[in-house]
Design a protein around this ligand. Structure first.
Ligand code: HEC
Ligand code: HEC
Length: 201
């Protein structure tokens, strides 16, 4: 450290110190200026995915998965009195677990159960069904409600998780979520790079 300091001219030290001072004042690294217009247009792409029936049907605030979108001819709660589960796991009640019907891959029948490994409801605090764009945006940035994830973790979860991936390959006549996992990952990266702005409620 001592040797490094000797090698630096006072001018170079000022340059090195400058970004630190800026970061302290604005809480945002200088390379990460908030560009609200670009950020909100990236957010719109993310919201179109998160609020899509293929995602929101599992991300509900109450205990009932939803059947919504054109394939279901409207919006209703899951048939067969399916519940989140008294243990809060999202896997359903003992005796009627999700995995009784939902296997690791989609049924080939028109109204057969779709499938992906560990099919279950998302925790209630990760609820997007019926929520506004502003609400979903603040929610996914809140570690208390997103499983303690950084925005980077969320981008990676969207790119790599199998339940998320199912949203683009839902089987039967179900409409897939817009775009792709990779495109949504990229939209989240672009949104973060300009300061992750949220729409005003
Ligand atoms: C079969 C139900 C199911 C489907 C369908 C589903 N999810 Fe999830 N999702 C979950 C579960 C369960 C968790 C909690 C996983 C965890 O915390 O490890 C979760 C967590 C998440 C998280 C991290 C937590 C958060 O709130 O930020 C993101 C992001 C996410 N899902 C995105 C999506 C997207 C995007 C889609 C649609 C393309 C989707 N999910 C479809 C069940 C589902
Ligand atoms: C008795 C069998 C059965 C059980 C148990 C069951 N499901 Fe289903 N589920 C189905 C069938 C069948 C469909 C597809 C209906 C259709 O395509 O018309 C379905 C569809 C769904 C959908 C809609 C996906 C979409 O297209 O957006 C979700 C979400 C869902 N189930 C979640 C769950 C969860 C979570 C559990 C456990 C808490 C569960 N299901 C338990 C049979 C079941």
């Amino acid at each position: 450290m001592k040797r490094l300091l000797i090698m630096l001219t006072p001018a170079a030290m000022l340059v090195l110190a400058a970004p630190f001072a800026t970061a302290q004042e604005s809480q945002t690294p200088p390379s990460q200026a908030v560009d609200t217009t670009k950020g909100l247009s990236e957010w719109d792409k993310i919201y179109a995915v998160f609020s899509h029936p293929r995602c929101a049907d599992c991300h509900v605030a109450d205990d009932r998965p939803r059947w919504s979108g054109a394939h279901y001819g409207g919006t209703r709660v899951h048939a067969f009195n399916i519940q989140r589960g008294t243990d809060g796991s999202g896997f359903g009640n003992p005796g009627l677990r999700c995995t009784t019907c939902h296997f690791a891959s989609n049924s080939n029948e028109l109204h057969g159960p779709p499938g992906a490994e560990n099919w279950r409801l998302a925790p209630a605090e990760m609820a997007w069904f019926g929520k506004s764009s502003a609400e979903i945006c603040t929610e996914i940035k809140d570690p208390e409600r997103n499983g303690g994830r950084s925005s980077d973790d969320i981008a990676l979860h969207v790119r790599d998780d199998r339940l998320v991936g199912w949203g683009w390959a839902p089987g039967s006549t179900r409409e897939p979520a817009p775009g792709s996992a990779e495109a949504t990952f990229q939209a989240i990266e672009n949104w973060m790079a300009v300061g992750s702005p949220c729409p005003v409620p």
